[in-house]
Design a binder for this molecule. Sequence first.
Ligand SMILES: [Zn+2]
Length: 180
Amino acid sequence: MTPDTETDEGDVRFVRQLIGLDYAVRTNPVARAFGEALAEGRITGHRCPSCGLVYVPPKGFCPICTVPTGSEHEVAIADRGIVTSWTVLTPIQYAGQEEREDYALASLLLEGADGTVGQQRLVEVALDEIRMGLRVEAVWAPEGEREPDDRGYGLGTAITGWRPTGEPDAPADAYREHVL
Ligand SMILES: [Zn+2]
């Protein structure tokens, strides 16, 4: 701690400096099992034993019924689904930014799940052709390059993106309850 930060007196000083931060996130058994399945090319969810809703990624509990869920409640989720909403991002070119072109992140309702998975990259589709109801399938990273998201929020790097299947769009009834 410098003298300037030990007192309320004196001018505030700012320092412009690029730094790198490495984070270590403690995982939990539910997130770990989910990540291990992803590494094997499987998406899993938990079905609440009380209300029957399926959560992906599994949380280890149903937030509606407040009952715990575990491996005995695991169900398989398809690696395909429909776009319920999306955002096109224009990356600001700050130092360290690796994105150069506009790209789209979407919320997806996967087959077998009752809630959407957010922040999923859409690939192999023109940005102006993205729409609600668009059917997509996962593009899996090669085995050995599938790093799970141990926080339990997303799909990590196991799936590099989602591309259109080319099938007819899902009807609005299929996603109207999931549009943010
Ligand atoms: Zn429930």
